[in-house]
Ligand binder design. Structure first.
Ligand SMILES: [Zn+2]
Length: 269
């Protein structure tokens, strides 16, 4: 089986000591590609270095919406961004390294860590800028849309009237209605392994065609097993659950998701 993790954070402090073992377990589970997402300038540089060191790791460079505003106030285990990100400066860096980049992300909007009334306009403006830039690089984008699902879909539809680049909605928390709308537009959804515990993702998988589903972990977060750190090998848990919901074999699901991965991420990098 060829498995893929299209979104995680292997530059996180929690992987500092055991990354080689984590990658070995992933390979043993059948994982052939792991997209590691950056969130800010220092994280993006770490991600590029990881992709250089380990062929299984692919770089997805991002600008996390809260980091773009310089508002990451808490310690997350990722490099902390306390100043506004100079978007044009970071775009120049992406451009310079475009051959080493598989995707742009995570990017998007977030109204969990800040209030929409306070940062909504600035976030929307940054997000539009980032989408327009991703279009010039012709790279797929991985979207973070926590508590801002409707706002993100509205902007993506406006900025990508002809689906100029593929869109992966990572860990999408939007309503059933919004899932149907985004699926009709042709967007993809990457499903984390905590689908084992969360009915929301089970509902999403039921609604969306297998041809538009991808697997991710968001490791080290969103573990399927309480108290245990998440890691790329656990995409297998997502595949098993999707197989159960769709009434298909795990092999069939893995095969289709790999095909989706190639269509979204490999045809353009
Ligand atoms: Zn993430």
């Amino acid at each position: 089986m060829n498995l893929v993790d299209v979104h995680c954070h292997l530059n996180h402090a929690l992987f500092k000591d055991d990354l080689p073992e984590v990658l070995k377990r992933a390979e043993k589970a059948g994982v052939k590609a792991i997209l590691t997402s950056g969130v800010n300038p220092p994280a993006n540089r770490e991600v590029l270095q990881l992709a250089k060191n380990y062929p299984i790791i692919k770089a997805s460079l991002g600008i996390y919406p809260i980091d773009a505003l310089g508002l990451s106030e808490r310690e997350t285990g990722l490099p902390r961004q306390t100043e506004k990100i100079n978007l044009d400066g970071e775009f120049a860096f992406f451009q310079q390294h475009q051959k080493e980049i598989t995707a742009i992300g995570e990017v998007g909007m977030d109204f969990h860590w800040t209030k929409k009334e306070e940062t909504g306009e600035q976030q929307a403006e940054n997000f539009r800028k980032i989408i327009r830039f991703a279009k010039t690089l012709k790279k797929p984008i991985v979207i973070h849309s926590r508590k801002a699902e409707l706002e993100c879909i509205d902007i993506l539809e406006e900025e990508l009237p002809n689906n100029e680049i593929p869109v992966d909605l990572h860990c999408f928390g939007g309503s059933k209605k919004l899932v149907i709308r985004a699926a009709a537009k042709g967007f993809y959804f990457s499903i984390p392994p905590n689908i084992l515990r969360l009915e929301h993702f089970q509902m999403l998988v039921q609604l969306v065609d297998l041809k538009q589903l991808l697997t991710e972990t968001d490791a080290p977060w969103l573990s399927p097993f309480p108290g245990q750190k998440n890691e790329p090998a656990f995409v297998l848990e997502t595949v098993k659950k999707i197989a159960q919901i769709k009434g298909l074999s795990e092999e069939k699901v893995a095969e289709q998701i790999w095909e989706n991965y190639e269509r979204v991420f490999l045809s353009r990098s």
